[in-house]
Design a protein around this ligand. Structure first.
Ligand code: ZN
Length: 198
């Protein structure tokens, strides 16, 4: 930490450096850039950050990020109600959306089975998933958990659980994505392909 800055600036740099992908040098550059901003621009940024938790909530239907009750995908009547893509985290959805191939709905598990980290089935949003599968609206569930050991274990568990509860098709995302990769950061073309060639 540089000692050349006033305390308030040093503290801002420290906070910015906690963001993913922002190292000490970048944090310094960002803080110094902010120092050049007009007062009202700074206030607007601060308001957006301060209100983030009040404004953004999980969608009541699928768990995706939303600024109302329902996320943009769930609120869109053109989406195919019969296709449900199950992902670990809401941050994986934009990557799939950018691919532009998937027209169905999502369900966010909120994690994946990880016994070593004490993440068990009851910690995931499974009850709401099973509830969505009652009735005959959904005809296919696509398991798009990550292609690593825990993601695979979660997909196997779900495939087994769904066997008794769901009469439709259960598919696994085609593994065109590199094994061990985090789907949140997989490029959207690859993801689009993985979904359409499942
Ligand atoms: Zn939703």
């Amino acid at each position: 930490m540089s000692l050349d800055y006033p305390d308030a600036l040093t503290e801002l740099i420290r906070q910015l450096a906690r963001l993913p992908g922002v190292g000490q040098r970048s944090a310094e550059r960002l803080a110094l850039a902010l120092l050049d901003w007009e007062e009202d621009r700074l206030r607007t940024l601060a308001e957006h950050i301060g209100a983030l938790r009040q404004r953004i909530h999980p969608c009541v239907v699928c768990g995706n990020l939303a600024d109302g009750d329902r996320c943009r995908v769930c609120a869109d009547p053109r989406r195919d109600q019969g296709l449900l893509c199950v992902v670990e985290h809401s941050r994986q959805i934009p990557a799939i959306e950018k691919g532009g191939k998937f027209q169905g709905l999502y369900h966010v598990l909120g994690g994946r089975l990880a016994p070593l980290e004490q993440v068990e089935a009851e910690d995931l949003n499974l009850a709401s998933l099973y509830a969505r599968l009652t009735g005959d609206t959904v005809r296919e569930v696509i398991l798009a958990t990550s292609p690593d050991i825990e993601g695979e274990a979660t997909a196997s568990y779900l495939a087994e659980e769904l066997r008794g509860r769901f009469a439709g098709l259960v598919t696994r995302i085609a593994l065109g994505v590199p094994v061990g990769s985090d789907l949140s950061y997989a490029d959207s073309t690859t993801l689009g392909h993985a979904i359409s060639s499942r």
